[in-house]
Design a protein around this ligand. Structure first.
Ligand code: DAH
Length: 339
């Protein structure tokens, strides 16, 4: 069932219309009396009662996607074709205001949020100015860990205890301190690193952190969730995990999706390997649970973290990360109409 929804969502997103008739056809296809969404909602009878709420949410999201698509296409059609000309004042000067568009990083962040919301994750936030405890100590960073170093972290002058967060993992700790399991959150946000090593490096970027804590959460649960994400976001079904190290997870892994090696772009994107690295993950270290006030004897969980810029570059085929920070209007304009 979930597969169907995903397919429908992709169809809706990728639809475009050159004429008003085509747009009307699209509306009837999805929202009409015998439309796709009506048919889908009829299926609710076959859904187990406990799953109906989730099913309803998915339906609503699809409906909203259709409506948004229609209104954005309507806008662009009327701009191009002069639809509704008879109502327009022909003597008005041309060159109307240009509406802005969402930034590609925001688009990807929103898409990631929606994918995880569909399986019960809620969005959490934390401060960008963070203390040592939430950014490092509670996350099991040893005193002498290089990430704590002045070279990596922007400290607030005169107070070595306060810094700009270097990752969104700090939100894990804040959520565990303030909520009881089961906890299922994703935390998107801005992070800061003091990396003025080359002109290509940048000090501000975005990450999404995920955290799931409950009784009996296993590594297999984590893998399944990541597989679901890889399929929903990239449309890819094969992933692999490579052993890795993070202070706050044990065991830890790096996740690659199998991207393929069919053409030159695939070669370039995957550096000839066919695999694309998408995130770090692992089982939350018992020390982290303890530090955050959760009993590791009773609970276990997994966490993962990914950088949004890299994923956005991949999604939109952006060749240079700096384009995401320069806010050149000629670049940003190209994302108009995407959502
Ligand atoms: N915090 C890591 C970083 O900034 C990303 C990360 C890796 C987060 C693994 C996680 C994780 O929660 O399990 O590079």
């Amino acid at each position: 069932m979930a597969v169907d929804h995903e397919k429908i969502r992709l169809e809706i997103e990728s639809f475009s219309a050159k004429t008003e008739d085509e747009l009307e056809g699209f509306r009837i296809k999805y929202l009409g009396k015998k439309g796709v969404l009506k048919e889908l909602s009829a299926q609710i009878k076959e859904i187990a009662p406990e799953d109906r709420k989730e099913f309803g949410k998915t339906l609503n999201a699809l409906k909203q996607a259709v409506q948004e698509k229609i209104s954005s296409l309507k806008d662009s059609l009327s701009e191009e074709d002069g639809i509704g000309d008879e109502k327009k004042d022909q003597t008005r000067p041309s060159g109307t205001e240009d509406a802005g568009s969402r930034h590609p990083v925001s688009m990807v962040r929103r898409e990631i949020e929606m994918i995880f919301q569909r399986i019960g994750f809620t969005v959490a936030e934390g401060p960008e100015i963070e203390d040592d405890w939430h950014n490092f100590s509670a996350l099991n960073f040893p005193e002498e860990h290089p990430a704590r170093d002045m070279q990596d972290t922007f400290f607030i002058e005169k107070d070595p205890d306060i810094a700009l967060r270097t990752h969104t993992s700090s939100v894990q700790v804040r959520v565990m301190e303030s909520q009881k399991p089961p906890i299922r959150i994703i935390a998107p946000g801005r992070v800061y690193r003091n990396e003025a090593i080359s002109s290509r490096s940048h000090c501000i970027f975005h990450q999404v952190e995920g955290l799931y804590i409950d009784k009996g959460v296993t590594f297999a649960d984590m893998v399944q969730t990541i597989e679901y994400f890889a399929k929903a976001f990239f449309g890819k079904t094969k992933i692999r995990l490579r052993p890795s190290y993070f202070p706050f997870t044990e065991p830890s892994a790096e996740v690659d999706v199998y991207w393929g090696l069919e053409n030159e772009t695939d070669h370039r994107i995957t550096k000839g390997t066919g695999w694309l690295e998408i995130m770090g993950c692992g089982m939350v270290d018992p020390n982290v649970l303890k530090a955050s006030g959760i009993d590791p004897e009773l609970y276990s969980g997994y966490a993962f973290g990914m950088g949004i810029e890299r994923i956005a570059m991949n999604r939109f085929q952006i060749g240079d990360i700096r384009m995401l920070f320069e806010n050149d209007i000629r670049f940003l304009k190209q994302f108009k109409g995407a959502w």
